[in-house]
Design a protein around this ligand. Sequence first.
Ligand code: FPP
Ligand code: MG
Length: 304
Amino acid sequence: MVSTNNPPSVAFNLKQYLEEQKQVVETALEEAIAVVYPEKIYDAMRYSLLAGGKRLRPILCLSACNLIGGTTTMAMPSACAMEMIHTMSLIHDDLPAMDNDDYRRGKLTNHKVYGEDIAILAGDGLLAYAFEFIATQTQGVPAERVLQVIARLGRAVGAAGLVGGQVVDLECEGKPDVSVETLTFIHRHKTGALLEASVVCGAILGGASDPQLQCLSEYAQNIGLAFQIVDDILDITATQEELGKTAGKDLLAQKATYPSLWGLDESRRQAQQLIDAAKANLTSFGPAAAPLLSLADYIVSRSN
Ligand code: FPP
Ligand code: MG
């Protein structure tokens, strides 16, 4: 038996792992949506879905399934669905009625290319297709696990998750006195909910027990919040080229962010503390958790 006391991430090559995982995800996404009549909507959906990106959510989903002993094939439709939903949320977030952004992933935003009407519909199309894709494409997994995934994902994207977080974010725009509690509510919902669903759904597909799901849920919540703190830091410290989207927007929009409340140094410290907690959540999995442990480190060290 392998000792759980070994430092698991020592020999793990994250760069290679990310490259390999990203490649299988890109291939699956490329094959996920065919262009048929009316071509315009499929083109618009594919334009944003295939624009690159870190593919962090699908990779977390696959890694969590693998950790539990499931295969990549079992989790791939759900992994793709996570990216479809993430992409649709960005298409809608960039609309003039929300953040009114011109660039995303280094390219013009969806509405800049296809118009607002089609961009709204491309988001709607991706959201609906994500659920269809899980239900129709998942193979080799008991139906009750697939049902659980669909239910958890539905909750994560609706008013109890992404949508609710975005609503509070919009309400707070331009307010000078947003509290840390409100900011944390926004990010736990707007960003954290889908990251958590990615990890937990991957684990459900792999057949995780309730205690395993609990550990992975806490891990995901911790990396989710750290991810957002780092996003806020990068908005100040990184360039538009590095980010693939407009930099310095938070300051310009006088948006409440962690650096605006805590300063940069304290924000970095809090992010690292969350990553340490996330890694501690995985102790019971032993060395098999190396990919998820390294992914946690990557979240604080990333440059975009
Ligand atoms: C980016 O945040 C936006 C999100 C993480 C999610 C936004 C959610 C919605 C628009 C709701 C979508 C609807 C459904 C049904 C899921 P940001 O503006 O802080 O970051 P950015 O700088 O990358 O734009
Ligand atoms: Mg935005």
